[in-house]
Design a binder for this molecule. Structure first.
Ligand code: THR
Length: 644
């Protein structure tokens, strides 16, 4: 007999060889109907898998999974990939299947076929997939002999599958899933039949791929799809994608004339006047916040001799991401990928006393890191970026207090920028690292304790720390629920040691300071991308590159419009004049597309009465105010939240 423990803690016995379906049926007919899979000691298995003692690997924890279970969604996606492969092979005989894993929100399948698939083919394939679902093909698991499996797949011309089996360790059980007349080598688990896949799926795109991701291998065709447990979930997903496309910062960058990137500078941003205006507002804001929080701003060189990067450990541990250059005299220099070694050089000039700590050294440091050309994404993922960086040199006993202050500042900055902190990850020692295990033990314990003292709940990310220390990563949630990792706080005992930073302690002895590396925005480039997507370009007045456009209805209001712009400019606002001989509705549409938050419309009437008609982006109608009142309202909207 097999003893199973249910989620409510109760346990029951079943005959050896009973299936998950038998167990569900014994509980209730309705459960048997809804059951799709089972979970046994953490492993998801087919509903019809015979339960044998060798499957019990732990506390015999047993669960029946229905459509609503997250694990079921993974299987639905994977089964949709199988249905896709079956449909492709039915419609395009001679196409070979390779692999078809799950990815975020869906799956893909790589096919070997000489002729390319077209977008029209995707429609045909989708139709056939729905027919396969209607056929309700039973899905069954079979254990095959390894050599027979190789011979079978070779025999039917499926070279890739035969190759996959050849490369599997001898000890692996070879399982083949049969679905109607179609078979695929697969580890499983799978749903009981194609009916359960449902029709909440959509094929989304075609892409090229290489066998095993190696460009020396054969080229394959990848079909991507998304699949969900219900039509409503699919609809919601497609809506989110549509919404995200509308907000794409690359598109907004163009329509708002903010920046561009070109081939000759992959991952390097050309800021246009309007984009740079936005950048400067954000930089000015950050500078004020840092000044107020007791940071001292510095500027350190862009390229430095390789020897310094060897000493710091960057050349060895971070060299893969560094750009190197050589001078005419043969010196080898590295373009800085980080600001930390530079800041330690400033700390090391003159003797430091414990009284000077904590010393918070800030820099809007332009860094360069090599990113593979395929990984770049607009201004969000770039090779040249500017960190809102700072290093806090402090005593060990100041770590908790400084971490708490930093987290408080970070929360307040995100709040001012209209975002909320969603999640904090704690990343521990990576494979490639500097420093001893004892140092890492100490650093990890201290950082986790400091974060918890500051009220943070941490999600663990083992092995994701910086090479010199563990780190906290702070993520934001945007207006459509997407999460972006931005801020960081890292605790480092390693670099002060490697670069000889020291201070004179209270008892006159020399000690190493602890270094806290921290950034709030992460990088200005990425953060501006996030702001644009979060607000769909409709930035709050204080951040908007152009805050007000004064647009005339008729030319007899020109002088008055000029006077208004002059007044706004005097108040420190970014105002523009639109005197063009165009219809007012045309002007309004154009400035709305450019996401200007306020348009002040002036005609003869406004000029005569000394008024302004204000139209807000996304708002209905207009409010007519006296010039004085309008200036007061606009000035107030344009004031950054930390100054207000
Ligand atoms: N060196 C750190 C980094 O690049 C900053 O100081 C935050 O992640």
């Amino acid at each position: 007999m097999i003893d199973l423990v249910f989620p409510d803690g109760s346990s029951r016995q079943y005959p050896d060889g009973a299936t998950g379906r038998d167990v569900a049926a014994a509980i209730s007919k309705s459960l048997e109907k809804k059951a799709l899979l089972i979970k046994l000691d953490g492993q998801v298995l087919d509903l019809d898998r015979r339960l044998t003692p060798d499957l019990l690997t732990g506390e015999r924890k047993f669960e029946i999974l229905t459509r609503e279970a997250p694990e079921a969604l993974d299987t639905i996606r994977h089964d949709t990939a199988h249905v896709l492969a079956e449909a492709v092979q039915e419609l395009f005989p001679g196409t070979q299947v390779t692999i078809g894993p799950n990815v975020e929100d869906g799956f893909y399948y790589d096919f070997a076929r000489d002729e390319p698939f077209s977008l029209d083919d995707l429609e045909k394939i989708e139709k056939r997939m729905k027919e396969i679902v209607d056929r309700d093909e039973k899905i069954t698991r079979e254990v095959w002999d390894r050599n027979e499996a190789i011979a079978h797949f070779d025999g039917i011309g499926e070279q890739y599958k035969a190759q996959i089996i050849r490369d599997l360790p001898d000890t692996d059980t070879i399982t083949v899933y049969r679905q109607g007349n179609w078979k695929d080598l697969c580890r499983g688990p799978h749903l009981p039949s194609t009916k359960h896949v449902g029709k909440a799926f959509k094929l989304t795109k075609l892409a090229g791929a290489y066998w095993r991701g190696d460009q020396n291998n054969a080229q394959l065709q990848r079909i991507y799809g998304t699949a969900w447990a219900s039509e409503a979930d699919l609809e919601a997903h497609l809506k989110r994608i549509e919404e995200a496309e509308k907000r794409d910062h690359r598109k907004l960058g163009k329509t708002m004339d903010l920046f561009h990137i070109q081939e000759e500078g992959k991952g390097m941003v050309f800021w246009h006047p309007k984009g740079w205006a936005l950048y400067r507002v954000l930089e000015d804001y950050m500078r004020r916040r840092l000044d107020a929080a007791g940071y001292k701003e510095v500027k350190t060189p862009q390229i430095l001799d390789r020897s310094l990067w060897e000493k710091s450990g960057h050349a060895e541990k971070f060299g893969h991401a560094m750009f190197m250059c050589e001078s005419a005299e043969g010196e080898v220099l590295a373009v800085k990928p980080m600001n930390c070694p530079g800041h330690i050089q400033i700390f090391n000039v003159g003797q430091k006393s414990y009284r000077e700590l904590p010393l918070r050294m800030a820099e809007f440091g332009a860094c360069h890191r090599y990113e593979p050309s395929g990984a770049m994404h607009g201004i969000m993922r770039v090779r040249a970026f500017t960190q809102d960086d700072a290093h806090i040199f402090c005593r060990e006993e100041q770590v908790t207090e400084e971490s708490a202050r930093f987290i408080e500042l970070l929360r307040s900055v995100y709040n001012d920028l209209g975002m909320t902190l969603a999640d904090t990850k704690f990343s521990t020692r990576p494979e490639l690292r500097a420093g001893t295990d004892e140092t890492w033990d100490k650093a990890e314990a201290a950082l986790a304790a400091a974060a918890e003292a500051a009220g943070e709940t941490l999600t663990l990310q083992p092995g994701e720390g910086a090479f010199y220390g563990p780190k906290l990563e702070f993520s934001l949630k945007d207006a459509i629920g997407r999460v972006w990792q931005c801020g960081t706080l890292q605790l480092d005992f390693v670099l002060p040691e490697r670069l000889d930073a020291e201070y004179v302690s209270e008892d006159g002895s020399k000690k190493r300071p602890v270094m806290l590396h921290r950034a709030i925005l992460g990088s200005f480039e990425r953060f501006i991308g996030i702001l644009l997507e979060n607000f769909a370009g409709a930035l709050p007045v204080w951040l908007a590159p152009t805050q007000v456009v004064v647009a005339t209805i008729t030319s007899d209001a020109d002088d008055y419009a000029r006077e208004v712009v002059e007044k706004l400019t005097k108040l420190g606002m970014r105002a523009e004049l639109d005197l063009r001989n165009e219809k007012i509705n045309y002007k309004i549409r154009e400035h709305s597309l450019a996401k200007v938050p306020v348009i002040a419309v002036v005609g003869r009437k406004e000029a005569e009465t000394g008024q302004l008609a204000l139209r807000r982006l996304g708002g209905e109608g207009q409010s007519v105010l006296s010039l004085e009142e309008a200036l007061r309202v606009l000035k107030s909207d344009a004031t950054p939240p930390d100054v207000a």
